[in-house]
Design a protein around this ligand. Structure first.
Ligand code: C8R
Length: 255
């Protein structure tokens, strides 16, 4: 087995993926009833098993993406960068919005790790390559491809939740959001992009809607013919952050 720097394949990967697939398809969205979870698991397995984990391509995932894809209603897509905690708490409490993790593909793969190895049994449970070790690893290729398809599918108004406490800037062109998603939104289907710029409760407000990186994001999106708005600390999301920080001054009623 090759040795890498990231954690290895999640134990009981098959059961985790199958269990999540069934619970998504049967309990959460029974209207997707025709999804074949066994086939979906097989196609994920075949994308990486026995392969060198630095040589994964989007073609490897094509059958999986094909089998797991389903429609996403207009005006519901919510993109994010560096806000994964609060954004997912938000979509749990507000059924009007869907992140990639609220689709079947993202739901199955969230916080799970997987990679292969040419030697038996074809799966490496000890370690997997980090992005810094090789770009074309199973998880990076998966998230890039899933994010591209998710952005392409968006229509109507698209929401974006960014983190104004990140020192390097809320909008980073090296992120998946900044390098893949914004360039795969379709101007013929998407009319507006609404940015919610959240800062961590108790954290620094390194950037607001008038900040440099947001200006860059706006100009990229405007050039692509989208209408842009930006709101600092969108209240419905901030209230959710405050649930975890009820005594903080930012969370008092009269601030
Ligand atoms: N997206 C990308 N990466 C995702 C993801 C997801 O939905 N879900 C998980 N768990 N990950 P970041 P970003 C993992 O730097 O790069 C989509 C991957 O390992 O905070 O801008 C989603 O639609 C990935 O390397 O954000 C969202 O809009 C890190 O988490 C953007 O792309 C990415 O974390 C977010 O990608």
């Amino acid at each position: 087995m090759m040795k890498w720097k990231d954690r290895g394949t999640t134990k009981n990967l098959q059961e985790v993926i199958l269990g999540r697939c069934y619970s998504y398809v049967m309990a959460r969205y029974p209207e997707l009833g025709d999804k074949d979870c066994l086939k979906i698991w097989e196609s994920l397995k075949h994308a990486f098993i026995y392969k060198n984990p630095c040589n994964i391509t989007s073609e490897d995932y094509e059958p999986l993406m094909e089998l797991a894809t389903h429609p996403i209603p207009c005006n519901k897509s919510l993109l994010w960068s560096k806000t994964s905690d609060v954004v997912h708490r938000y979509t749990k409490s507000n059924q009007n919005f869907l992140t990639l993790e609220d689709t079947l593909l993202g739901y199955m793969a969230d916080r799970v790790s997987w990679c292969g190895d040419p030697s038996d049994p074809g799966i490496n449970y000890e370690s997997c390559p980090k992005r810094s070790e090789c770009e074309s690893n199973p998880s990076s290729v998966f998230w890039k491809m899933a994010s591209k398809l998710f952005a392409e599918a968006a229509c109507g108004v698209v929401q974006v939740m960014l983190n104004g406490s990140v020192e390097a800037g809320a909008f980073r062109s090296s992120s998946i959001f900044g390098s893949i998603e914004i360039f795969n939104l379709n101007p013929d289907k998407v009319s507006e992009v609404h940015i919610w710029l959240m800062h961590d409760i108790g954290g620094p407000q390194s950037e607001s809607c008038s900040g440099h990186s947001i200006k860059r994001l706006k100009s990229i999106l405007e050039e692509r013919n989208f209408k842009i708005t930006c709101v600092d600390n969108y209240r419905p999301v901030q209230l959710l952050q405050c649930v975890h920080n009820p005594d903080h001054t930012d969370c008092r009623l009269c601030t």
